[in-house]
Design a binder for this molecule. Structure first.
Ligand code: KIV
Ligand code: ZN
Length: 539
């Protein structure tokens, strides 16, 4: 039986070498964003195809050089997401990850072949522990796989990246042989991952210096690093690597990623910018898009940004102590090494209210980077009007939450999905929580009661009953988008709907209603067919 995740190889294009011939600026650091691949491997994150496209479009606006769109062989949803980004998102390179297996490489190429600048990213584990316990391969077998798969990738495209997984725990002489084989067979970028976040900056520099000096052909490729944050050293390691000559950094927005996460894009980019006078290095990132990108990824991933997070945390530019406040008022640079305007935080704050019309709404959300149209715009505008009755003013954070919550996507899905009408809840310390909800779909209405362990549980149970599906709330997170008693609550849920796990968000000035909306949106994603099945096989 053919594997449904592996498209028919007869559909593959013949090899068409592309790009990579322009001379490289020695001071230019390539930003390779893997928010949609390694970032999506963080527990609980599973973007729908439309969310992936939304993030990829914003990454392009941000100015990253390469968007790693996914791992196509992992699931049909991954394949569809990568293929859609490759076809739609122009102006940035699009990479797909693959293991060295022949069918993986072919599948990854099928997914990205329509990209303006496709890149195949081939990897295999090289460390003794991975070779012996995970791959059960000898050094000779790993070398042979590296050579074969890189040559196969190069037969499809001239832009081939090779990664040695767990490179920093690999015997140096063997790592040199592996990278030499990859280069000999056509790799143009050599990536050195610190897969388990183990290495220290000085050791990393020693490894990179040795590789660059000793790998045959090493002077003709771009050296790249990919760091994980298990010891909180990902940014320090990436910066040390760049200082020692690496010219590609692999990063994720907000530092999301497997386990403790990947190197945070915003940290490396702003460190390079802040130290530009001494380092003399540049990126193509428009740093004024950083805050907006961070918000979008936080909203769609359901991963809030910690308040004290470097660069993009809510407190990164707040000054509490009197001495600091005084200093900043006299001269901002007494306590600020970066200008908040440079990451898109200050000035230009959009404030809308209940008297604002559709035109102002469209202009505001378009300026924020959400050019909604058609039914998605109708859905978002209708929600804006509903919320404007309860909330005096909308900042850009509120509008971002609105533009990215479920109602816009539900509206875009058309008639097959349910929309939220109203919710009533009752309960107290000594009374069992009870909720009643009314939903509608194409002129049909459905009303149901639900009980539960709390108001939120009761509301979600009522929604599931009204729709008539088997759905259970697996996880729940609430964040206040802005402060104040009429703050918008942004709820991110993970729901199991008919055996499928789905992430969704809902916003409202009332947290129980936001939860019910998020829960309904998760169900709609399954009914509307836009849900992405959680992957089973991760690199
Ligand atoms: O962490 C890692 O080693 C990876 C590779 C697949 C590049 O993500
Ligand atoms: Zn990784």
């Amino acid at each position: 039986m053919p594997d449904p995740t592996i498209p028919d190889r007869s559909m593959r294009d013949t090899a068409q070498p592309t790009v990579m011939s322009e001379p490289r600026d020695p001071n230019r650091v390539v930003v390779f964003d893997t928010t949609l691949r390694d970032g999506e491997q963080a527990p609980g994150i599973a973007y729908s195809v439309s969310e992936k496209i939304e993030i990829a479009e914003q990454l392009r606006r941000l100015g990253v050089d390469i968007i790693e769109a996914g791992f196509p062989v992992a699931s049909p949803g991954d394949f569809a997401g990568v293929e859609a980004i490759a076809s739609i998102v122009k102006g940035a390179g699009v990479a797909a990850l693959c293991r060295t297996r022949e069918e993986d490489v072919a599948c990854a190429w099928d997914a990205i072949k329509k990209a303006e600048r496709p890149r195949l990213h081939v990897f295999i584990s090289t460390s003794p522990i991975h070779r012996e316990k995970k791959l059960r391969m000898t050094q000779a077998e790993v070398l042979a796989e590296t050579a074969r798969a890189t040559a196969q990738a190069r037969s499809y495209t001239a832009d081939v990246e090779f990664s040695a997984e767990d490179a920093t725990r690999t015997e140096l002489d063997f790592l040199i042989d592996v990278f030499a084989a990859a280069i000999e067979n056509g790799a143009t970028t050599i990536n050195v991952p610190d897969t388990v976040g183990f290495v220290m900056p000085q050791e990393f520099v020693a490894i990179l210096d040795a590789l660059r000096a000793r790998v045959p052909g090493g002077d003709a490729v771009t050296w790249s690093v990919h760091c994980h944050d298990d010891l909180g050293l990902a940014t320090a390691n990436s910066m040390a690597a760049v200082r020692s000559g690496a010219r590609q950094v692999e990063v994720c927005v907000n530092g999301v990623g497997e386990r403790a996460g990947n190197t945070a894009l915003e940290e490396v980019v702003m460190a390079l910018r802040t130290h530009a006078p001494t380092l003399g290095l540049t990126t193509a990132v428009d740093t004024r898009e950083i805050a907006r990108t961070s918000r979008l990824v936080s909203m769609l991933s359901g991963y809030p940004v910690q308040p004290n997070k470097a660069v993009i945390g809510a407190n990164a530019f707040s000054h509490e102590s009197g001495i600091h406040q005084h200093g900043v008022l006299m001269e901002r640079t007494t306590y600020e090494i970066m200008n908040p305007a440079d990451i898109g935080l200050a000035g230009n704050r959009i404030v809308l209210g209940k008297h604002s019309g559709r035109h102002a709404f469209v202009e505001a959300i378009t300026t924020l980077g959400f050019p909604l149209e058609g039914p998605a715009l109708d859905g978002a505008f209708a929600r804006f009007k509903e919320l404007a009755d309860k909330k005096a003013s909308f900042t850009d954070e509120d509008l971002t939450a609105l533009a990215t919550e479920g109602s816009a996507e539900d509206a875009a899905m058309g008639g097959g999905v349910w929309s939220f009408q109203w919710l009533a809840v009752a309960g107290g310390t000594d009374t069992a929580p009870k909720a009643t909800v009314r939903l509608s779909r194409e002129g049909e209405t459905a009303e149901a009661d639900g009980t539960g362990d709390g108001m939120i549980d009761a509301a979600c149970n009522a929604v599931a009953k009204a729709v008539g599906v088997d759905a259970a709330l697996l996880s729940f997170q609430v964040a206040a988008v802005t402060s104040g008693s009429d703050a918008v609550g942004d709820v991110a849920v993970q729901v199991e709907v008919a055996g499928q796990r789905v992430n969704a968000r809902g916003v409202s000035t009332d947290v129980v209603e936001a939860s019910a909306r998020a829960f309904l949106h998760a169900i709609n994603k399954v009914l509307g067919g836009t849900a992405v099945r959680q992957r089973v096989d991760k690199p």
